[in-house]
Design a protein around this ligand. Structure first.
Ligand SMILES: *Cc1c(COP(=O)(O)O)cnc(C)c1O
Length: 360
Protein backbone atom coordinates (compact mmCIF):
# COMPACT_ATOMS: atom_id res chain seq x y z
CA UNK A 1 0.00 0.00 0.00
CA UNK A 2 1.28 3.45 -0.75
CA UNK A 3 -0.38 6.67 0.37
CA UNK A 4 0.64 9.89 -1.33
CA UNK A 5 0.75 13.42 0.11
CA UNK A 6 -2.65 14.83 -0.74
CA UNK A 7 -3.03 18.61 -1.13
CA UNK A 8 -6.62 18.48 -2.38
CA UNK A 9 -8.86 21.44 -1.52
CA UNK A 10 -11.85 19.23 -0.80
CA UNK A 11 -12.83 16.51 -0.42
CA UNK A 12 -9.44 16.51 1.22
CA UNK A 13 -6.95 14.38 3.12
CA UNK A 14 -8.23 12.63 6.25
CA UNK A 15 -6.06 11.55 9.17
CA UNK A 16 -4.61 8.12 8.41
CA UNK A 17 -5.19 6.93 11.99
CA UNK A 18 -8.89 7.74 11.60
CA UNK A 19 -9.16 5.94 8.26
CA UNK A 20 -7.55 2.89 9.85
CA UNK A 21 -9.94 2.97 12.79
CA UNK A 22 -12.97 3.27 10.48
CA UNK A 23 -11.61 0.31 8.49
CA UNK A 24 -11.20 -1.77 11.65
CA UNK A 25 -14.76 -0.96 12.78
CA UNK A 26 -16.30 -1.31 9.34
CA UNK A 27 -17.77 -4.82 9.32
CA UNK A 28 -18.68 -5.18 12.98
CA UNK A 29 -19.26 -1.89 14.75
CA UNK A 30 -18.72 -2.37 18.50
CA UNK A 31 -20.03 -5.93 18.52
CA UNK A 32 -23.29 -5.12 16.71
CA UNK A 33 -22.44 -7.41 13.79
CA UNK A 34 -23.07 -4.63 11.30
CA UNK A 35 -21.39 -1.50 10.02
CA UNK A 36 -22.36 1.89 11.35
CA UNK A 37 -23.85 2.63 7.90
CA UNK A 38 -26.32 -0.22 8.20
CA UNK A 39 -28.00 0.58 11.50
CA UNK A 40 -30.95 2.74 12.48
CA UNK A 41 -30.06 6.30 13.38
CA UNK A 42 -32.53 5.97 16.26
CA UNK A 43 -30.99 2.85 17.81
CA UNK A 44 -28.80 3.00 20.89
CA UNK A 45 -25.43 2.34 19.16
CA UNK A 46 -25.85 5.20 16.71
CA UNK A 47 -27.38 7.55 19.30
CA UNK A 48 -24.20 7.09 21.35
CA UNK A 49 -22.05 7.87 18.31
CA UNK A 50 -24.08 10.99 17.59
CA UNK A 51 -24.01 12.26 21.16
CA UNK A 52 -20.28 11.64 21.59
CA UNK A 53 -19.48 13.45 18.35
CA UNK A 54 -21.42 16.49 19.50
CA UNK A 55 -19.90 16.40 22.99
CA UNK A 56 -16.37 16.16 21.55
CA UNK A 57 -16.97 19.01 19.12
CA UNK A 58 -18.30 21.13 22.00
CA UNK A 59 -15.18 20.31 24.01
CA UNK A 60 -12.80 21.01 21.09
CA UNK A 61 -14.31 24.37 20.18
CA UNK A 62 -15.53 25.39 23.64
CA UNK A 63 -19.09 25.76 22.34
CA UNK A 64 -21.26 27.38 25.05
CA UNK A 65 -24.51 25.73 26.19
CA UNK A 66 -26.64 28.44 24.61
CA UNK A 67 -25.61 27.20 21.14
CA UNK A 68 -27.22 24.31 19.26
CA UNK A 69 -25.00 22.01 17.19
CA UNK A 70 -26.63 20.51 14.09
CA UNK A 71 -25.38 17.76 11.77
CA UNK A 72 -27.19 18.36 8.48
CA UNK A 73 -26.92 17.62 4.75
CA UNK A 74 -26.77 19.84 1.69
CA UNK A 75 -23.27 21.23 2.22
CA UNK A 76 -22.29 24.80 2.91
CA UNK A 77 -24.22 25.60 -0.26
CA UNK A 78 -27.43 24.38 1.35
CA UNK A 79 -26.73 26.76 4.22
CA UNK A 80 -26.29 29.66 1.78
CA UNK A 81 -30.08 29.30 1.37
CA UNK A 82 -30.86 28.25 4.95
CA UNK A 83 -29.24 31.35 6.47
CA UNK A 84 -31.46 34.02 4.88
CA UNK A 85 -34.52 31.79 5.28
CA UNK A 86 -33.96 31.21 9.01
CA UNK A 87 -32.70 34.66 9.97
CA UNK A 88 -34.64 37.08 7.85
CA UNK A 89 -38.41 37.27 8.29
CA UNK A 90 -39.01 39.04 4.97
CA UNK A 91 -37.89 42.28 3.40
CA UNK A 92 -35.13 43.06 5.87
CA UNK A 93 -31.68 43.74 4.38
CA UNK A 94 -28.84 41.28 4.93
CA UNK A 95 -25.21 42.38 5.19
CA UNK A 96 -22.56 40.44 3.25
CA UNK A 97 -18.81 40.96 2.99
CA UNK A 98 -17.52 40.01 -0.45
CA UNK A 99 -14.00 38.57 -0.30
CA UNK A 100 -14.04 36.05 -3.13
CA UNK A 101 -15.66 33.11 -4.84
CA UNK A 102 -17.42 31.58 -1.83
CA UNK A 103 -18.79 34.81 -0.43
CA UNK A 104 -20.02 35.51 -3.97
CA UNK A 105 -21.97 32.27 -4.02
CA UNK A 106 -23.44 32.94 -0.57
CA UNK A 107 -24.55 36.38 -1.78
CA UNK A 108 -26.19 34.91 -4.87
CA UNK A 109 -28.36 32.58 -2.80
CA UNK A 110 -29.29 35.26 -0.25
CA UNK A 111 -30.40 37.54 -3.10
CA UNK A 112 -33.05 34.95 -3.99
CA UNK A 113 -34.57 35.45 -0.53
CA UNK A 114 -34.26 39.18 0.11
CA UNK A 115 -32.25 42.38 -0.35
CA UNK A 116 -28.49 42.01 0.13
CA UNK A 117 -26.26 44.90 1.17
CA UNK A 118 -22.64 44.43 0.11
CA UNK A 119 -20.87 45.90 3.10
CA UNK A 120 -17.43 45.82 1.50
CA UNK A 121 -15.72 44.08 -1.39
CA UNK A 122 -12.15 43.31 -2.35
CA UNK A 123 -13.14 42.50 -5.93
CA UNK A 124 -11.34 45.56 -7.35
CA UNK A 125 -8.11 44.31 -5.72
CA UNK A 126 -8.52 40.89 -7.33
CA UNK A 127 -9.68 39.44 -4.01
CA UNK A 128 -6.10 39.41 -2.76
CA UNK A 129 -6.81 41.22 0.51
CA UNK A 130 -9.48 41.89 3.11
CA UNK A 131 -11.31 45.22 2.98
CA UNK A 132 -10.27 47.49 5.87
CA UNK A 133 -12.84 47.28 8.63
CA UNK A 134 -13.06 51.11 8.73
CA UNK A 135 -14.45 51.12 5.15
CA UNK A 136 -17.33 48.71 5.84
CA UNK A 137 -20.83 50.09 5.34
CA UNK A 138 -23.02 48.04 7.66
CA UNK A 139 -26.76 48.56 7.32
CA UNK A 140 -28.25 49.44 10.73
CA UNK A 141 -31.41 47.48 9.78
CA UNK A 142 -29.63 44.34 8.62
CA UNK A 143 -30.88 41.01 9.98
CA UNK A 144 -27.30 39.71 10.27
CA UNK A 145 -23.78 40.10 8.90
CA UNK A 146 -22.27 37.27 6.82
CA UNK A 147 -18.62 36.71 5.97
CA UNK A 148 -16.27 33.99 4.79
CA UNK A 149 -13.38 33.66 7.27
CA UNK A 150 -11.34 31.64 4.79
CA UNK A 151 -11.74 31.92 1.03
CA UNK A 152 -10.67 28.45 -0.07
CA UNK A 153 -10.05 29.40 -3.71
CA UNK A 154 -8.31 32.76 -3.26
CA UNK A 155 -6.37 31.68 -0.18
CA UNK A 156 -7.48 34.76 1.78
CA UNK A 157 -8.18 34.48 5.49
CA UNK A 158 -9.40 36.77 8.26
CA UNK A 159 -7.02 36.31 11.19
CA UNK A 160 -9.32 38.23 13.52
CA UNK A 161 -13.05 38.06 14.05
CA UNK A 162 -14.54 41.33 12.77
CA UNK A 163 -16.49 43.45 15.24
CA UNK A 164 -20.01 44.03 13.91
CA UNK A 165 -21.61 45.31 17.09
CA UNK A 166 -24.64 43.39 18.29
CA UNK A 167 -25.70 42.02 14.88
CA UNK A 168 -25.49 38.24 14.64
CA UNK A 169 -22.25 37.40 12.83
CA UNK A 170 -22.65 34.47 10.45
CA UNK A 171 -19.48 32.69 9.29
CA UNK A 172 -18.86 30.16 6.53
CA UNK A 173 -16.01 28.27 8.18
CA UNK A 174 -15.98 25.37 5.72
CA UNK A 175 -12.24 25.51 5.12
CA UNK A 176 -10.93 26.87 8.43
CA UNK A 177 -13.07 25.33 11.18
CA UNK A 178 -10.94 23.40 13.72
CA UNK A 179 -7.69 24.89 12.36
CA UNK A 180 -7.28 26.98 15.54
CA UNK A 181 -9.24 27.95 18.65
CA UNK A 182 -11.98 30.54 18.13
CA UNK A 183 -14.31 32.35 20.53
CA UNK A 184 -17.66 30.87 19.50
CA UNK A 185 -19.55 33.42 21.62
CA UNK A 186 -18.62 36.13 19.09
CA UNK A 187 -20.77 34.41 16.44
CA UNK A 188 -24.47 34.03 15.81
CA UNK A 189 -23.97 31.14 13.39
CA UNK A 190 -20.95 29.09 12.32
CA UNK A 191 -21.37 26.59 9.50
CA UNK A 192 -19.10 24.28 7.55
CA UNK A 193 -19.27 21.54 4.96
CA UNK A 194 -17.29 18.62 6.38
CA UNK A 195 -15.07 17.71 3.47
CA UNK A 196 -12.17 20.03 4.28
CA UNK A 197 -11.36 19.84 7.97
CA UNK A 198 -14.06 17.66 9.53
CA UNK A 199 -14.59 14.41 7.64
CA UNK A 200 -16.09 13.00 4.46
CA UNK A 201 -18.41 15.00 2.20
CA UNK A 202 -22.08 14.69 3.05
CA UNK A 203 -22.35 16.17 6.53
CA UNK A 204 -22.66 19.87 7.29
CA UNK A 205 -22.07 21.23 10.77
CA UNK A 206 -24.15 24.22 11.84
CA UNK A 207 -23.56 25.89 15.21
CA UNK A 208 -26.30 28.38 15.99
CA UNK A 209 -27.00 30.57 19.01
CA UNK A 210 -30.29 29.31 20.42
CA UNK A 211 -32.08 32.67 20.55
CA UNK A 212 -31.72 32.86 16.75
CA UNK A 213 -33.77 29.67 16.42
CA UNK A 214 -36.74 31.64 17.70
CA UNK A 215 -36.57 34.37 15.06
CA UNK A 216 -39.67 35.07 13.08
CA UNK A 217 -39.30 33.60 9.61
CA UNK A 218 -41.23 32.72 6.50
CA UNK A 219 -41.78 29.26 5.03
CA UNK A 220 -38.59 27.24 5.37
CA UNK A 221 -38.19 23.77 3.82
CA UNK A 222 -37.97 21.21 6.64
CA UNK A 223 -34.42 20.06 5.89
CA UNK A 224 -33.18 23.66 6.06
CA UNK A 225 -35.21 24.64 9.13
CA UNK A 226 -32.71 24.99 12.00
CA UNK A 227 -35.38 25.13 14.72
CA UNK A 228 -37.10 21.99 13.45
CA UNK A 229 -33.76 20.19 13.16
CA UNK A 230 -32.62 21.36 16.62
CA UNK A 231 -35.91 20.22 18.19
CA UNK A 232 -35.33 16.81 16.60
CA UNK A 233 -31.60 16.48 17.43
CA UNK A 234 -30.77 16.76 13.68
CA UNK A 235 -32.93 13.68 13.07
CA UNK A 236 -36.09 15.19 11.62
CA UNK A 237 -35.19 13.07 8.62
CA UNK A 238 -32.41 10.50 8.21
CA UNK A 239 -29.12 12.21 9.04
CA UNK A 240 -25.86 11.50 7.18
CA UNK A 241 -24.95 8.72 9.61
CA UNK A 242 -21.59 7.67 8.22
CA UNK A 243 -20.33 11.23 7.91
CA UNK A 244 -21.52 12.02 11.43
CA UNK A 245 -19.73 8.93 12.79
CA UNK A 246 -16.55 9.71 10.86
CA UNK A 247 -16.58 13.33 11.98
CA UNK A 248 -16.77 12.02 15.55
CA UNK A 249 -13.63 9.96 14.96
CA UNK A 250 -11.86 13.06 13.64
CA UNK A 251 -12.93 15.05 16.72
CA UNK A 252 -11.51 12.30 18.96
CA UNK A 253 -8.28 12.33 16.97
CA UNK A 254 -8.02 16.12 17.33
CA UNK A 255 -8.49 15.87 21.10
CA UNK A 256 -5.75 13.22 21.20
CA UNK A 257 -3.43 15.52 19.23
CA UNK A 258 -3.77 18.15 21.94
CA UNK A 259 -6.83 20.04 20.74
CA UNK A 260 -7.08 23.19 18.69
CA UNK A 261 -4.25 25.11 20.42
CA UNK A 262 -1.89 22.38 19.28
CA UNK A 263 -3.39 22.30 15.76
CA UNK A 264 -3.00 26.08 15.50
CA UNK A 265 0.66 25.82 16.40
CA UNK A 266 1.27 23.13 13.78
CA UNK A 267 -0.88 24.81 11.13
CA UNK A 268 0.81 28.16 11.55
CA UNK A 269 4.24 26.56 11.33
CA UNK A 270 3.26 24.62 8.17
CA UNK A 271 1.87 27.75 6.49
CA UNK A 272 4.74 30.00 7.57
CA UNK A 273 7.41 27.76 6.12
CA UNK A 274 5.61 27.38 2.80
CA UNK A 275 5.00 31.13 2.43
CA UNK A 276 8.59 31.87 3.49
CA UNK A 277 9.89 29.54 0.81
CA UNK A 278 7.62 31.09 -1.85
CA UNK A 279 8.52 34.66 -0.85
CA UNK A 280 12.24 33.88 -1.00
CA UNK A 281 11.96 32.56 -4.53
CA UNK A 282 11.74 34.54 -7.77
CA UNK A 283 10.33 31.45 -9.46
CA UNK A 284 7.13 31.10 -7.38
CA UNK A 285 4.74 33.79 -6.20
CA UNK A 286 1.75 34.07 -3.86
CA UNK A 287 -0.45 37.04 -4.75
CA UNK A 288 -2.19 37.50 -1.39
CA UNK A 289 -1.49 40.40 0.93
CA UNK A 290 0.72 38.91 3.69
CA UNK A 291 -1.61 39.82 6.59
CA UNK A 292 -4.52 38.02 4.87
CA UNK A 293 -2.79 34.81 3.84
CA UNK A 294 -4.64 31.60 4.57
CA UNK A 295 -3.18 28.93 6.83
CA UNK A 296 -5.20 26.29 5.01
CA UNK A 297 -5.08 27.07 1.28
CA UNK A 298 -1.88 28.36 -0.28
CA UNK A 299 -2.25 29.37 -3.93
CA UNK A 300 0.93 30.05 -5.86
CA UNK A 301 1.88 30.72 -9.45
CA UNK A 302 5.00 29.92 -11.42
CA UNK A 303 6.75 32.89 -13.04
CA UNK A 304 6.62 30.96 -16.31
CA UNK A 305 3.18 29.42 -16.68
CA UNK A 306 4.33 27.18 -19.53
CA UNK A 307 5.92 25.15 -16.72
CA UNK A 308 2.55 24.51 -15.00
CA UNK A 309 2.03 21.21 -16.85
CA UNK A 310 5.52 19.83 -16.14
CA UNK A 311 5.27 21.00 -12.50
CA UNK A 312 2.04 19.07 -11.91
CA UNK A 313 3.26 16.00 -13.75
CA UNK A 314 6.53 15.83 -11.86
CA UNK A 315 4.82 16.57 -8.55
CA UNK A 316 2.43 13.68 -9.12
CA UNK A 317 5.34 11.40 -9.96
CA UNK A 318 7.00 12.49 -6.70
CA UNK A 319 3.89 11.50 -4.71
CA UNK A 320 2.53 15.04 -4.27
CA UNK A 321 -1.06 15.05 -5.43
CA UNK A 322 -3.82 17.56 -6.28
CA UNK A 323 -1.75 20.74 -6.49
CA UNK A 324 -3.60 22.20 -9.48
CA UNK A 325 -5.19 25.57 -8.67
CA UNK A 326 -8.94 26.13 -8.97
CA UNK A 327 -10.07 26.36 -12.59
CA UNK A 328 -11.19 29.97 -12.02
CA UNK A 329 -7.73 31.22 -11.01
CA UNK A 330 -5.24 28.75 -12.51
CA UNK A 331 -1.74 28.18 -11.17
CA UNK A 332 -1.25 25.95 -8.16
CA UNK A 333 -2.83 25.57 -4.76
CA UNK A 334 -1.61 23.54 -1.82
CA UNK A 335 -4.36 22.87 0.71
CA UNK A 336 -2.75 22.03 4.01
CA UNK A 337 -5.61 21.16 6.34
CA UNK A 338 -5.28 19.54 9.78
CA UNK A 339 -4.86 16.06 8.29
CA UNK A 340 -1.91 17.12 6.09
CA UNK A 341 1.17 16.57 8.26
CA UNK A 342 4.14 18.89 8.45
CA UNK A 343 6.15 16.17 6.70
CA UNK A 344 3.98 16.66 3.61
CA UNK A 345 4.72 20.40 3.57
CA UNK A 346 8.43 19.66 3.94
CA UNK A 347 8.24 17.23 1.02
CA UNK A 348 6.42 19.85 -1.09
CA UNK A 349 9.01 22.53 -0.36
CA UNK A 350 11.83 20.14 -1.17
CA UNK A 351 10.17 19.26 -4.47
CA UNK A 352 9.53 22.93 -5.33
CA UNK A 353 13.18 23.83 -4.62
CA UNK A 354 14.40 20.96 -6.76
CA UNK A 355 12.00 21.82 -9.61
CA UNK A 356 13.13 25.44 -9.51
CA UNK A 357 16.77 24.44 -9.66
CA UNK A 358 16.14 22.33 -12.72
CA UNK A 359 13.90 24.78 -14.59
CA UNK A 360 14.83 28.31 -13.52
C1 LIG B 1 -16.04 24.06 -0.11
C2 LIG B 1 -16.67 25.32 0.35
C3 LIG B 1 -18.02 25.57 0.17
C4 LIG B 1 -18.95 24.63 -0.55
O1 LIG B 1 -19.25 23.55 0.22
P1 LIG B 1 -20.30 22.45 -0.31
O2 LIG B 1 -20.27 21.49 0.83
O3 LIG B 1 -19.74 21.90 -1.59
O4 LIG B 1 -21.59 23.10 -0.49
C5 LIG B 1 -18.53 26.76 0.66
N1 LIG B 1 -17.75 27.64 1.28
C6 LIG B 1 -16.44 27.44 1.46
C7 LIG B 1 -15.61 28.48 2.15
C8 LIG B 1 -15.85 26.27 1.00
O5 LIG B 1 -14.54 26.06 1.18
Amino acid sequence: MSRIWNFSAGPAALPQAVLERARDEMLDFHGTGMSVMEMSHRGKPFMEVAEKAEADLRKLMGIPDDYAVLFLQGGATGQFSAIPMNLQPGGQPMDYIDTGAWSGKAIKEAQKVGPVNIVASSQAEGYASIPERSTWKLDPNAAYVHYTPNETIGGVEFHEVPDVGDKPLVADMSSTILSRPIDVSKFGVIYAGAQKNIGPAGVTVVIVRKDLLEREKGQVPAVLDWKLQADNDSMYNTPPTFGWYFAGLVFEWLLEQGGLEKMAEINQRKADKLYRFIDNSAFYRNPVEPSARSWMNVPFILADDSLDGPFLKEADAAGLSSLKGHRSVGGMRASIYNAVPEEAVDALIEFMADFEERHA
